[in-house]
Write a protein of this length. Structure first.
Lengths: 357, 136
């Protein structure tokens, strides 16, 4: 049993667990911030990211989750019948009622002996599914559990969010520590009722609390979760080789990293928002996959998500000797980012189904 | 749209699951329970690798009902590396990219949707191979 301390909030399972396989997905299409700005401000507005990833006409959270899950299985090389949970976190599930997760489970051959569920908590739906998977495996209820964070995020045409709301995400297969490419030493969650961003039922686009999204929302939760986790396990920023934070734009994670004492070099490989935008539930997890693509055995990683409404999940990971032999079995995150076809605003409008005929 | 028919086909559509012949080893897609080569019963399920090449292709401008949103798009005969030829849409590529012999890989995509209220049908399509695995 681990040394449970009721006051420090650290979540650590009885059995050691880690990431056995991981996989990313980024669709092929990109729209530049300048092109969106040209449409709405005559090009005078600037953009918080260089460009963002856009899904094709035949893609949604189900198809994108399937591809990330297949990449994860290529790396993990385990029998899909041993998976006991397939969980997909998203704010853009294709159906209002009918799980995304059952189709994903069917497509990777994990049915019928598995749990399946869709998770929601704005942009941290994927990382809370990871925490639940840690518990499933760490309690001995399951040998493997698959957690996915994936979105095809929507911004109202002309709204500030339209520059960043993007498509993409990643999957992690949680399993026993001795089979892992990265051991998860513990996690911590920091949650309050904060009205920074929401979408009511039957509405196509979200609303947000404008300037309310910075200090009392993103920074309070991301910094809070990071500091509490590092305190609980006795580490400081200097002990980590890499860090990844939720990326609603480029500036917020850079500022959070700086305040916490992380150098720009430590967040550079996982900071993907300037080139793919904010992939919402996928944002933090796909940043982690980009770090796993380059990290060395022994490296320590801090991962901290953020979901509006609001909360952050923070994780402490350490890379094992297995990572170098496993990562080349599937396409790298940078490989997906390099696969790029630029589209204009008209094509984007068609791809994102923004035309109401 | 027949919900039950789509449900029966989903295993082969999501994962390219066909059959293999016990007697002569031929791989069959779609599954038909009798070997096309030796006529022995073929019942054992086989999941295809999804790798193949474009055997021929055509561009559809006048799409049938349920596919209008995708037009124009390309339909190809794909020769799978195990032998069988399947008909499928090409995706993730411009209309001038396809050529005979192009190496492609299977992806699961939305095939069609039944209006605003009906079900979304998923299945295999093929795209240019975007990755070669690194073997250690
Ligand atoms: Zn035969």
């Amino acid at each position: 049993m681990n040394n449970y301390n009721p006051s420090d909030g650290l979540m650590k399972p009885d059995r050691p667990v880690g990431i056995v396989g991981y996989g990313a997905y980024v669709p092929r299409y990109r729209i530049r911030g300048e092109e969106i700005s040209r449409m709405w401000t005559g090009g005078t507005g600037g953009s918080p990211v260089k460009e963002k990833a856009v899904n094709g006409l035949d893609e949604d959270v189900i198809t994108m989750s399937i591809e990330a899950a297949r990449n994860t299985m290529l790396r993990a090389q385990i029998n899909p019948q041993e998976i006991r949970a397939v969980w997909v976190g998203s704010e853009s599930h294709p159906y209002a009622v009918k799980p995304t997760s059952t189709t994903v489970a069917e497509a990777i051959g994990a049915v019928p002996n598995t749990q399946a569920a869709d998770w929601e908590f704005a942009c941290k739906a994927g990382t809370e599914a990871m925490q639940a998977a840690i518990a499933f495996v760490g309690s001995g209820m399951a040998r493997y559990a698959l957690s996915i964070g994936m979105d095809t995020a929507q911004g109202r045409p002309g709204d500030a969010l339209e520059y960043t709301a993007a498509a993409g995400g990643a999957a992690t297969l949680i399993g026993p520590a001795d089979e892992s490419v990265a051991i998860i030493n513990g996690s911590y969650s920091f949650v309050t009722d904060t009205p920074d961003f929401w979408r009511r039922a039957h509405e196509d686009y979200p609303s947000h609390g404008d300037r309310f999204t910075g200090e009392p929302a993103y920074f309070k939760h991301v910094m809070g979760a990071s500091e509490m986790l590092m305190n609980a396990i006795g580490r400081t920023a200097a002990d980590y080789d890499w860090a990844v934070f939720h990326q609603p734009n480029a500036k917020f994670p850079q500022r959070a990293a700086k305040s916490l004492g992380f150098t720009p070099e430590k967040i550079a490989p996982g900071l993907l928002s300037p080139r793919i935008g904010n992939t919402y539930s996928g944002s933090t997890m796909i940043g982690l996959t980009a770090i796993l693509d380059i990290a060395k055995p022994g490296d320590r990683i801090l991962m901290v998500s953020y979901g509006s409404g609001a909360g952050s999940d923070a994780f402490d990971l350490q890379v094992t000797e297995k990572l170098p032999e496993v990562r080349g079995r599937a396409i790298s995150t940078e490989g997906y980012i390099a696969r790029r076809t630029e589209i204009d605003y008209a094509t984007y409008t068609r791809y994102r189904d923004k035309l109401k005929l | 749209m027949e919900v039950s028919r789509h449900w029966r086909l989903q295993k082969q559509r999501y994962e390219l699951v066909g059959e293999t012949c016990d007697s002569c080893g031929v791989k069959l897609f779609p599954p038909r329970d009798v070997c096309l080569e030796c006529e022995a019963p073929a019942q054992e399920l086989y999941t295809f690798t999804g790798l193949g090449e474009v055997f021929s292709y055509t561009t559809i401008y006048d799409a049938p009902a349920g596919f209008e949103h995708n037009a124009p798009y390309q339909v190809a005969l794909i020769k799978l590396e195990e032998g069988p030829i399947v008909t499928a849409q090409l995706t993730d590529m411009a209309l001038d990219e396809a050529y005979i012999g192009m190496p492609v890989e299977m992806v699961t995509r939305k095939l069609r949707t039944d209006g605003e209220e009906g079900m979304i049908v998923y299945g295999y399509k093929f795209r240019p191979i975007c990755f070669e695995p690194v073997v250690n």
